[in-house]
Design a binder for this molecule. Structure first.
Ligand code: ADP
Ligand code: MG
Length: 397
């Protein structure tokens, strides 16, 4: 996929046109109150560009999992209220998605103003990418803009289907994601170092395989390191291990060797006697392995230095997956050390994956990274080299 070649909002005339914009307004809510409005704030550049250029903006999004019913717990009303505050005029919310209310509001919409239709997942047809439903939604507008990177890996009616009926372009958020991530993958500044961690080898096989073709160094931490260690015959105690993936792990190590890719596994681990933030901890070296009754929950101090050294001269870093259970103070050290090394390297740094992004933010390194992808699952599929349906449907330049 030549994702960089997609038309954006700047490539089309929007003045006086009704523009349907798929945003990611899937914000966290507590008792009907938005606890973090980052996703709304991030969508503003696209919305403001359209408003400033005289478009009539019809916003849409999903929120939570209402499972195809009008469950008002998942109404976009709090989003409409927050958008109204941010934009300085009332952003009206239709009572439905493609019904009378949405059509009436869309018809009376003025240039330079925006409205919102209700949660697209109030209809089961959304996730089924039902053609009639997509056509109905498309009939509200004359142009379609996709700016929801977080759902771009899903072929739903509002993320892909509507593009069958309207000229389709990307907004700034998607444009930025594909420019930075696509650029790093297709033309990386070298050395290109990829850091992979997190829970499971099985979740990341596609990413490992795709990156193996491109990187100079592959660093493996997190729980998935123990499947590789077990495959190499190292005792791993009660660490997480995917026994059915050990052969694959061994073959990936061999493949790296054949390709001349440096493949770094942890030299030591911070281990606990149970999966609990208050467990007893010991550090185990690769030479001895991990004794029975202990599990590796983070990389150890030797590894921190080893990984930091491999990162310090990098030109490009793609990082997915924390180095340990970074949610717990005792086991955040490896992730902090890697984040620090990435920040200090001056490399173009890209963080993909939901938990990785959360860890980097929580640990205070967010503003030191070049790009933190807004889409967890979508960024993983992008790093796997897969075509994302929500981007594939957009018009080429
Ligand atoms: P991402 O969402 O960034 O793709 P993952 O979901 O693959 O990342 O992995 C994140 C999870 O992996 C975190 O919940 C973290 O606690 C867990 N994890 C990391 N290292 C270990 C480990 N050694 N043992 C158990 N869990 C781990
Ligand atoms: Mg995750």
């Amino acid at each position: 996929m030549n994702a960089l070649n997609k038309k954006s909002i700047e490539d089309i005339e929007v003045k006086g046109r009704r523009v349907l914009v798929r945003c990611d307004f899937n914000v966290p809510l507590k008792d009907g109150v938005i606890t973090d409005d980052k996703r709304i704030r991030e969508s503003l550049p696209t919305i403001k560009y359209l408003l400033d250029n005289g478009a009539k903006v019809i916003l849409c999004s999903h929120l939570g999992r209402p499972k195809g019913t009008f469950n008002m717990t998942y109404s976009l009303a709090p989003v409409a209220a927050r958008l109204s505050e941010m934009l300085g005029f009332e952003v009206k919310l239709a009572a439905d998605v493609v019904g009378e209310s949405a059509k009436a509001l869309a018809a009376e919409l003025e240039e330079g103003k925006a409205m919102l239709i209700e949660n697209v997942r109030f209809h089961a047809e959304e996730e089924k990418n039902d053609a009639a439903f997509a056509k109905e939604m498309a009939s509200l507008a004359e142009i379609y803009v996709n700016d929801a990177f977080g759902t771009a890996h899903r072929a739903h009616a509002s993320t892909a289907g509507v593009a069958d009926y309207l000229p389709a372009v990307c907004g700034y958020l998607i444009q930025k994601e594909i420019a930075i991530m696509g650029g790093a993958l297709s033309n990386p500044k070298r050395p290109f170092v990829s850091i992979l961690g997190g829970a499971k080898v099985s979740d990341k096989i596609g990413v490992i395989k795709n990156l193996m073709e491109k990187v100079d160094t592959l660093i493996i931490g997190g729980a998935m390191a123990y499947t590789f260690k077990a495959a190499a015959g190292e005792p791993i105690g009660t660490s997480l291990c995917e026994k059915d993936k050990m052969d694959l792990a061994a073959s990936l190590v061999k493949e790296a060797e054949e390709k001349g890719v440096k493949f770094l596994l942890p030299l030591d681990s911070r281990c606990g006697d149970k999966y609990d933030p208050d467990c007893n901890t010991i550090v185990c070296n690769v030479e001895d392995g991990i004794p029975d009754g202990y599990m590796g929950l983070d990389v150890g101090p030797r590894t921190e230095e080893y990984f930091a050294n491999a990162i310090k001269d990098a030109g490009t870093v793609v990082w997915n997956g924390p180095m340990g259970v970074s949610e717990w103070k005792n086991f955040e050290g490896g992730t902090v050390a890697v984040a620090k090394a990435v920040a200090e390297s001056g490399a173009i740094s890209i963080i993909g994956g939901g938990d990785s992004a959360a860890a980097v933010e929580k640990l205070g390194f967010a503003d030191k990274m070049t790009h933190i992808s807004t889409g967890g699952g979508a960024s993983l599929e992008f790093l796997e080299g897969k075509e994302l349906p929500g981007i594939a449907v957009l018009n080429d330049k």
